[in-house]
Design a binder for this molecule. Structure first.
Ligand SMILES: *Cc1c(COP(=O)(O)O)cnc(C)c1O
Length: 386
């Protein structure tokens, strides 16, 4: 092998095919054994007990560490347990500044951590204020989700890393939406990267998983201790399923993005749509339908897009953040920053873009209101009313 570092696409396709495995398996073997034999006192082959380490999980953890250019990876039982693992680096009394437009489940966990464990949180909107204005004496961390969910605002990670360095803060980045293919936060100065691998990395809407990558060995040791102590580790079969999904990530991401761009153009020109949010990359598009009353009939009229809560899989999904992903964010809070009751979020799948656009078009067409007096005949152009 040459010493030129392999490209991300190659690393992904080859996950698990670089082990000195006695039988030469191409697909990573699934090791289900919980305990491992001790050959004599103090003599192990490297594995002891499944919570501590597992050969299948190790392949996955090494792969994500390499892809994110970090020191060490940790496979967790969910994206939320990945967030929790990262938060094991803080203690009661610490203050953390987090992106305001945040995954609803992370917001819910932070509320819990502040009520039960005396962690303090402030929420930051990069478009509205400077992060430095929120930093206090006890600020220890900066938690950033970029692009944000569901409003797709990008945060300048380089700038965030400079601020983190200046104030001695731990910079944690949720990289679920962009994946290491579109963004590598550690290269930009982040300390910890987390993923809900349930989304793009798994990619097939059939798995719950989380990943954490640590940038330096000291921090990796602390994370390992908590991971092993708490035990929210990813089971071997799920590790294998995630490895299998990751092999096609590069191809899937290309198609997600191509389709998302076409859908963005279609929605941007549609008379029944007000705002469209797309961060120039990736497969996620959010938009505001012109009237709140149209949300329910629109969702009902869709035939290809499934009204469901996740993202990043091969099948296109549509989400209503107000009652689904962001139901735990108080209405007043979310509407104050633009997450209205008219907002829909689309996870664009890998189907043919023409079929997806046709589905959206036919659903919009069913919203056209009948002209006054000719009830039930339809056909008249609706006036978008706010
Ligand atoms: C889904 C999601 C999570 C939580 O992950 P789970 O795998 O559902 O536990 C965290 N962050 C983001 C951005 C997500 O989309």
């Amino acid at each position: 092998m040459s010493s030129v570092p392999l490209k991300k696409e190659t690393l992904l396709a080859q996950v698990g095919n670089d082990r000195d495995e006695p039988n030469g398996a191409i697909s990573t073997p699934i090791y289900l054994s919980a305990p491992y034999r001790h050959h004599e006192i103090g003599l192990l082959k490297g594995y002891d007990y499944i919570r501590t380490s597992n050969p299948t999980r190790e392949v996955l953890e090494n792969a994500i560490a390499k892809l994110e250019k970090g020191d060490r990876g940790f496979a967790c039982s969910s994206g939320m347990s990945a967030v929790q693992l990262a938060f094991s680096l803080f203690k009661s009394g610490d203050h953390i500044v987090a992106s305001r437009d945040l995954y609803g489940g992370s917001y819910r966990l932070f509320e819990w951590l502040s009520q039960q464990y005396q962690l303090e949180f402030s929420y930051w909107d990069p478009e509205e204020n400077e992060v430095e204005g929120l930093i206090r004496k006890n600020t220890k961390g900066l938690f950033i989700e970029t692009p944000t969910n569901p409003l797709m605002t990008e945060t300048d990670l380089k700038l965030a890393a400079e601020t983190a360095k200046k104030y001695g803060l731990l910079l944690i980045v949720d990289n679920t939406f962009y994946t290491p293919l579109l963004q590598r936060p550690i290269e930009l100065g982040a300390d910890v990267v987390i993923h809900s691998a349930t989304k793009y990395l798994g990619g097939h809407n059939d798995l719950l998983a989380g990943l954490v990558v640590s940038a330096n060995p000291e921090q990796s040791d602390r994370l390992f201790d908590f991971h092993n102590s708490c035990g929210a580790v990813l089971p071997p079969f799920d590790c294998w399923l995630l490895i299998r999904g990751m092999k096609t990530l590069a191809l899937r991401m290309e198609r997600h993005e191509k389709n998302a761009k076409e859908i963005y153009s279609f929605l941007s020109g549609h008379p029944l749509v007000d705002q469209v949010y797309y961060p120039r990359k990736g497969g996620m598009v959010s938009f505001e339908i012109a009237r709140e009353a149209w949300v329910a009939p629109f969702l009902k009229a869709l035939k290809l897009f499934t009204f469901a809560e996740s993202l990043g899989g091969v099948e296109s999904l549509i989400t209503y953040p107000a009652t689904q992903t962001h139901a735990d964010v108080p209405e007043e809070t979310r509407t104050s920053y633009g997450l209205s009751n008219r907002l829909l979020r689309v996870s664009v799948g890998i189907e043919h873009a023409d079929d997806l656009i046709e589905d959206l078009a036919q659903a919009f067409n069913q919203l056209k209101e009948p002209a006054p007096g000719i009830k039930g005949q339809g056909g008249a152009e609706a006036e978008p009313v706010r």
